[in-house]
Design a protein. Structure first.
Length: 151
């Protein structure tokens, strides 16, 4: 009996399983939205020691690192261990027009919140159009050099 083997389907299956495992093994799920003149980024980091959280910006790359330590006694005999431990990191490439030097961060109830302001140059603004104070009128003068258009 002949069987059909599709290497591309197999690769898709493998990549999907790796992506699924990475998500289950302690990724840093996040939400990002804009409100007014700033963006808010929220990352779930439950069980992380706030002292291990590191937020940095280099060029246009925002990096968040955090560590969740292993909680166990020396005499612990684990029956189930599903909560990931270790160092986690996530990098985001951010667009232009953000005030990256003015990012603020806070950590409460297992959620890291970053507020990223929009730079002054990128904010919408109204541009005034200069004009003369009064209406312009055409004065009387000689008709020399003027053309008459007839229809």
């Amino acid at each position: 009996m002949a069987t059909y083997w599709d290497p591309f389907q197999e690769m898709d299956r493998l990549f999907s399983s790796f992506a699924g495992n990475a998500r289950q093994s302690g990724g840093m799920p996040m939400d990002l939205f804009r409100t007014g003149d700033h963006y808010v980024l929220s990352m779930d980091l439950p069980g992380v020691d706030p002292g291990t959280i590191d937020v940095s910006v280099e060029d246009r790359t925002l990096t968040v690192r955090a560590e969740r330590s292993q909680r166990s006694g020396d005499d612990a005999q684990w029956l189930v261990r599903e909560r990931p431990t270790g160092t986690f990191a996530r990098q985001l490439t951010v667009g232009r027009g953000l005030a990256l030097d003015s990012i603020s961060a806070s950590y409460a109830d297992g959620v890291l919140s970053l507020t990223i302001p929009v730079s002054e140059d990128a904010k919408p603004r109204k541009i005034d159009v200069a004009h003369t104070a009064g209406p312009t009128t055409i004065g009387e003068g000689s008709a020399e050099g003027r053309q008459t258009i007839e229809s």
